[in-house]
Design a protein around this ligand. Sequence first.
Ligand SMILES: [Zn+2]
Length: 197
Amino acid sequence: MYEGAIQDLIDELGRLPGIGPKSAQRLAFHVLSADPIDVRRLAASLVKVKEVVKFCTICFNVAEDDKCRICRDPRRSDEILCVVEEPKDVVAIERTNEFRGRYHVLGGAINPLEGVGPDNLRVRELMQRLADGEVKELILATDPNTEGEATATYIALLVKPMGITVSRLASGLPVGGDLEYADEITLGRAFEGRRTI
Ligand SMILES: [Zn+2]
């Protein structure tokens, strides 16, 4: 244990996901020895992200306006909708340049062990978006792990009676992994080779 401010910083950093006590200590001492200008910039961006960044009212991607950049883009197709777990998955798919439709960000995946059910995700909002009949194909691009598969299966069962084509990304993605860790080429191929379910 250290005294005062340095211990407070270690405690705060240690509350971040993936940061253990040793990493927290290393980061805290890095901040202590860094240039004050750099530290001020870091602190300002931490505060700003909470003030400025919102969630898109249509797709729930991160946005600085009511609508995100993708929902505002008139050149994108409204007929094809890609369902992902998190905003970082939108970034991963955008990097492939394979997709010109719109997105829907669920905000996670079904995970009974952690008490996350469909009601905790933006499934109801998805169904509302699909109700007007404009979407012809729904791509389920949830993570290739147990929770992601369960979520895709659940949504597919809900959507299929609506007469919408439902597809899932092709195999080739690292199983058990996270969509964001797939490289652009692998993810791009998985997109191209998506299969109807
Ligand atoms: Zn949006």
